[in-house]
Ligand binder design. Structure first.
Ligand code: AMP
Ligand code: MG
Length: 354
């Protein structure tokens, strides 16, 4: 065996032993015990976990030299994300969102402080974006899902019928819960819940004493960096529909970034693809932008704004982002007839690019 192969074998043997150690002892139930905490070789003294949540992949990283403390921090942050998912996912019949959707048209539904906070933030973002972001768009989502199943466009009448049951101003939120002002309303917090979960996971990591870390849910990311020599995190922006432009890298320290667009999820009707992000103002899927990346101090804001700017389109979207403090935006749109992608951004965005 050559010295190089021997060295590789010893290193990987050590790595496996370290993984077994890290995935043992600490943590509560069996799932947590089998959770693999691995070293992130791109940064010194950095540990990470990968898991699934909110229908996508999540990665948490923390910079700390003690592996057992790293594990404790990462498991607590993961638990917090899973708690938020269990409250807000409309795919879970017992979630608070599902309960609100089932009963909110008839009576006041008690909710946790998490869901109340997210509903209030959703209202603020709806106001800032003049209704381009609105979680009460949900009846339209169901209409477009049905249209996809039947492979035909929804009728103007069906769209109008849904629009009658939307509008965040028709959602009453108080300190103990919420109710809808109209029957047949529904909320879908999918455009903002990832961002909230990311912010909360960062809080948990910091509370446990972490000075630097990263929380990524489905490509929406928040990083923090408070070490003696702050090292920026290098993040690649998702590429809409793949390979139409060279990868764009961001260098981020204490900030969140979210990307929305029609590159991953969409409705297909006939030969056409329609974005899964719907304009709550006219009931039609968003058209103008393939990929919207927003940088903001908090992930909930970056997430909500990225979804909203997908609806608003390039001109209106960049104007809004440019008017908001500490918010930057980059929009990648596909050129006509499958040509090369075009990139447009707010003036401060380049301060974050590599
Ligand atoms: P994101 O993954 O943040 O881009 O958000 C996409 C998700 O936001 C969709 O899957 C829906 O759950 C939700 N959504 C779609 N359109 C809107 C809208 N106009 N306002 C708020 N949420 C929306
Ligand atoms: Mg979003």
């Amino acid at each position: 065996m050559s010295a190089r192969i021997l060295k590789a074998a010893v290193t990987s043997g050590f790595f496996i032993l370290a993984m077994i150690f890290l995935s043992g002892i600490l943590g509560g139930d069996a799932a947590k015990q089998s959770l693999i905490v691995r070293r992130d070789n791109t940064r010194p003294n950095t540990f990470c976990v990968d898991f699934q949540t909110m229908g996508t992949d999540a990665t948490l990283k923390v910079c700390i030299s003690d592996p057992s403390r790293a594990r404790q921090m990462l498991v607590s942050a993961m638990d917090r994300i899973l708690e938020i998912e269990s409250r807000m996912s409309t795919y879970l019949p017992d979630s608070e969102s599902s309960q609100l959707n089932a009963w909110g048209g008839h009576r006041h539904v008690p909710l946790s402080q998490d869901t109340i906070y997210v509903l209030k933030q959703a209202r603020e973002i709806a106001e800032t974006t003049e209704g381009a972001f609105d979680p009460t768009y949900a009846p339209l989502r169901d209409l477009w899902r049905a249209a996809e199943m039947e492979d035909r466009l929804p009728s103007a009448e069906d769209i109008e019928n849904c629009l009658q049951r939307t509008g965040i101003s028709n959602v009453k939120v108080d300190e103990s819960g919420s109710r809808f002002k109209k029957e047949g309303m529904q909320v879908d917090l999918g455009g903002i819940a990832k961002g909230y979960a990311i912010d909360e996971a960062v809080e948990v990591l910091k509370k446990h004493g972490a000075v630097a870390g990263l929380v990524d849910i489905g490509g929406d990311i928040r990083v923090f960096e408070g070490g003696k020599i702050p090292e920026p995190w290098k993040i690649m922006v998702n590429d809409p529909r793949g390979g139409k432009h060279p990868p764009i890298y961001l260098l981020l320290r204490d900030v969140a970034v979210a990307t929305s667009g029609d590159y991953a999820r969409y409705f297909r009707i006939g030969e056409e693809r329609y974005s899964h992000i719907i304009d709550p103002r006219d009931g039609w899927p968003a058209e103008d932008a393939s990929s919207v990346t927003v940088i903001a101090p908090r992930a909930i804001l970056a997430d909500g704004l990225a979804t909203a700017i997908s609806v608003m389109g390039i001109r209106e979207g960049l104007k809004l982002a440019g008017s908001l403090e500490e918010v930057e935006c980059m929009i990648i749109s596909l050129g006509s007839a499958g040509g090369y992608a075009q990139v447009e951004q707010t003036s401060g965005f380049e301060n974050y690019t590599d």
